[in-house]
Design a protein around this ligand. Structure first.
Ligand SMILES: C[S@@+](CC[C@H](N)C(=O)[O-])C[C@H]1O[C@@H](n2cnc3c(N)ncnc32)[C@H](O)[C@@H]1O
Length: 446
């Protein structure tokens, strides 16, 4: 029996390129069988059962073309074989019945035709083809790769292919192993494209602008940002101790929450302010640039001394078409002066900051500070992120709780509404959790 030959549309192999991409060598002429038929017949061929398995099915190639000889009344129907003899006999018979005029049409494929994966497989050494790095994260217009050592000799080649094949990407970087120990942003090197690192990234219906080489950002935390923001009620006051450029603070503000957002990195603070403005939450999100410990110690007093305006439901305001309450409206709410939530997303060391809560309400050093003891009927929730190398849930929970309790100088009980949430696995033996609990009175008044 004759073996049917399939079309080989794979790119030509060019493993000699080293680290510099030559697009011009990617050219392939692919002769394919075509049936020239009057235009109305093209549909009949496409729908016919006899030809169903034979019609052209290569990605991005149309199966019906205008007749290249210029006749407006004729079409070419392309097949996925080169030779008529490769068609099944019933297909050949059907084409004869239709008086189709068989010919060879040449497809010219070039660099633009193939996917990044196909090009990488054609240029990388064979032993590196399995596991070739086509996956990457995108932040704004920047694609960031995390290349394993064996791919580093080809990093510019890989970067250029990723850039060429992803229209929304303007810059391709490789994340280096080192992370800034203080402000947690990644060091990176340019692989291809514009050396422009100021991105505009969209998350949770908010716009974030920041310099990716100077501040922390991780799109993988999107779900965690959303999870906590969903916990907040629009009337809440939130203190974000390690706010970065605002992925908790800004969406919370958009929801109506009043937010005190802090970050010690001057660049994060700069972009946090920009993002507050950009997202029109100036009246409810206040930025600070302080050490987290100082911020924790002073923030409850700050909120009390300078309360936020009461929450007003934007829908209610819109439907009444007014900003001032009418006599029929619900009584005006009081200004917001009590913090309901602390967010502490600095997983490497946030637990170390928990001792700052000790005596936070009992201290009234300095006469100008109001004694807050009486006004906090409900204590704030604390959401503290952390890492652990314990992979078993129970062991991880005991480990995290013990570290938290040591810093608080207090053993958490069931009254403290403790819960633990697995945020993500950051490495094969490292997990990120968020422990939430209500600030114990015994700690706040210690
Ligand atoms: C892991 S990032 C989290 C940022 C943001 N909350 C998010 O979810 O993307 C931690 C942030 O804490 C800031 N930071 C580090 N040390 C700090 C400190 N001692 N006080 C305040 N902020 C600090 C860093 O600049 C960084 O922006």
């Amino acid at each position: 029996m004759r073996r049917r030959s399939e079309l080989d549309a794979s790119p030509p192999i060019h493993r000699e390129m080293g680290d510099s991409l030559d697009r011009t060598v990617f050219h392939k002429s692919l002769p394919v069988l075509a049936a020239r038929v009057p235009s109305p017949k093209a549909g009949i061929l496409l729908k016919s059962e006899a030809l169903r398995q034979c019609i052209m099915n290569l990605p991005k190639i149309r199966s019906v073309l205008q007749d290249p000889s210029g006749s407006k009344d004729a079409r070419l129907v392309l097949f996925r074989v080169t030779d008529e003899a490769d068609l099944p006999s019933e297909a050949q018979r059907f084409l004869r019945e239709q008086s189709a005029d068989l010919m060879i049409y040449t497809l010219n494929l070039n660099y633009d035709y193939w996917t990044a994966d196909e090009i990488l497989h054609a240029v990388l050494p064979e032993e590196l083809c399995n596991g070739a790095p086509t996956g990457f994260a995108v932040t704004g217009h920047i694609a960031h790769l995390n290349l394993n050592d064996e791919y580093l000799p080809y990093k510019h080649l890989i970067g250029q292919i990723v850039l060429d094949k992803n229209k929304a990407v303007r810059t391709v970087v490789n994340k280096l192993d080192s992370i800034d120990t203080k402000f947690r942003f990644f060091k990176m090197e340019l692989l291809a494209g514009d050396p422009d690192y100021v991105v505009e990234h969209h998350e949770s219906n908010c716009r974030f602008v920041f310099d990716f080489t100077k501040v922390y950002w991780n799109s993988r935390l999107h779900t965690e940002h959303d999870r906590l923001v969903q916990l907040f009620k629009p009337e809440d006051v939130v203190a974000d101790v390690f706010a970065g450029v605002g992925p908790f603070a800004v969406p919370a503000g958009k929801k109506g929450c009043a937010v005190l957002a802090n970050d010690l990195n001057p660049d994060s603070y700069l972009y946090l302010k920009k993002n507050i403005k950009l997202n029109h939450v100036l009246s409810v999100v206040r930025p600070f640039c302080e050490d987290g410990r100082d911020f924790i110690k002073s923030v409850m007093h700050r909120a009390a001394q300078e309360p936020f305006p009461p929450y007003r439901d934007p829908k209610e305001l819109k439907s009444r078409g007014q900003l001032k309450p009418s006599p029929t409206q619900a009584p005006a709410l009081p200004p917001r002066e009590l913090i309901s939530h602390f967010v502490m997303n600095l997983p490497d060391s946030a637990i170390e900051f928990l001792d700052a809560f000790r005596g936070i309400l009992s201290e009234s050093d300095g006469e100008e500070k109001r004694n807050l003891g009486g006004i906090y009927n409900v204590m704030p929730m604390i959401h503290c992120h952390c890492f652990t190398r314990e992979l078993e849930r129970d062991v991880a929970e005991r480990n995290i709780r013990a570290r938290v309790e040591e810093k608080l100088g207090y053993n958490l009980t069931s009254d403290d509404e403790v819960s633990l949430h697995l945020v993500r696995s950051v490495a094969p033996n490292k997990e990120m959790y968020c422990i939430s609990f209500r600030l114990p009175r015994a700690v706040a008044y210690a």
